[in-house]
Design a protein around this ligand. Structure first.
Ligand code: ADP
Length: 275
């Protein structure tokens, strides 16, 4: 995209010349498009739960409220939809902080087995409710250099997705295994599930904000469509890479590949923190 301006230049009475000034606006146009898409996505994401909150509240107001069970059911929807809006706004603010660099990271040696224990304690009750077997494997210490709370957040997002999407599978084994192992001086955090899998054509868009393979499915599990974007941002801050492989009907495996913690790595990171 170019903005063109024609500037006439008069040398003398007889001859007039023109200069064409071209201004490359490709980048501005792209940014503008992204900004508009983002606003439209956020508005849509917020409007969906609001519409259902509004609808159920209206139904309650019109009702004589004698059917206690129905009232409870409607209130439960209002409660869960407003919780989803809160999650959405928190995730958006968090993502913004991560992208702008405002998020403070406190780096230090982090024991991944400890991260997984915390995740297990938080998500085991949920997995049990959902009828999914959750297993954690970490036998020896596996240390990376990172921010403990952010690494717990990253692991929570991946294990939470695995449990939730596995739970909606119609039949078959429902199992999630999170483990940590070392390979060629790397520490690999892996979450493997026996869930529905991700179709090939959806795989390349997975880390986009608000992208869902199946909107209804994501809504059913209370997703915001931002979880994997946050995982990717946190991994980037740790110089880690996120990969995954998935087969429809068989399951999905996510891996986050970290550099192994060494004193060298600590020195390097401290230098870049100061910079
Ligand atoms: P959401 O809040 O919708 O879960 P995410 O960014 O965490 O958003 O994930 C994006 C989409 O990727 C999900 O909506 C879902 O379709 C798909 N997805 C993520 N993890 C899994 C998984 N373990 N199994 C199947 N699909 C998954």
């Amino acid at each position: 995209h170019y903005d063109a301006k024609i500037v006439p230049i008069k040398f003398d009475e007889e001859s007039e010349r023109y200069i064409i000034v071209l201004h490359d606006t490709t980048k501005e146009k792209q940014l503008d498009k992204l900004r508009r898409e983002f606003i439209s996505n956020v508005s849509h994401e917020l409007r969906t739960p609001l519409t259902s909150i509004h609808g159920y509240a209206e139904a309650l107001l019109d009702d004589d409220l004698s059917n206690k069970e129905l009232v409870r059911k409607f209130l439960a929807v209002i409660e869960s939809e407003s919780a989803r809006m809160t999650r959405l706004i928190n995730d958006l603010l968090d993502l913004e902080k991560l992208e702008s660099g405002d998020a403070k990271f406190i780096f230090g040696p982090v024991e991944m087995c400890h991260v997984m224990d915390r995740v297990y304690n938080i998500l085991e009750p949920l997995a049990e409710d959902y009828g999914v077997e959750l297993q954690i494997e970490c036998d020896e210490p596996k240390t990376v250099y990172g921010d403990l709370d952010r690494l717990v957040q990253l692991a929570l997002n991946l294990v939470d997705n695995a449990v939730k999407y596995t739970s909606i599978k119609e039949a078959g084994e429902k199992k999630v295994v999170a483990r940590c192992y070392e390979k060629e001086n790397m520490i690999i955090f892996e979450v493997k599930d026996t869930g529905p899998g991700i179709p090939e054509d959806a795989q390349r868009r997975l880390f986009e904000r608000f992208y869902r393979v199946d909107k209804a499915r994501s809504r059913k599990v209370g997703g915001t469509g931002l979880g994997l974007s946050i995982v990717k941002m946190i991994a980037e801050k740790h110089n880690a890479k996120v990969t995954f492989e998935s087969k429809v009907g068989e399951g999905t495996t996510f891996r986050v590949i970290f550099n192994k913690y060494t004193e060298d790595l600590k020195e390097q990171s401290e230098k870049s923190n100061e910079a």
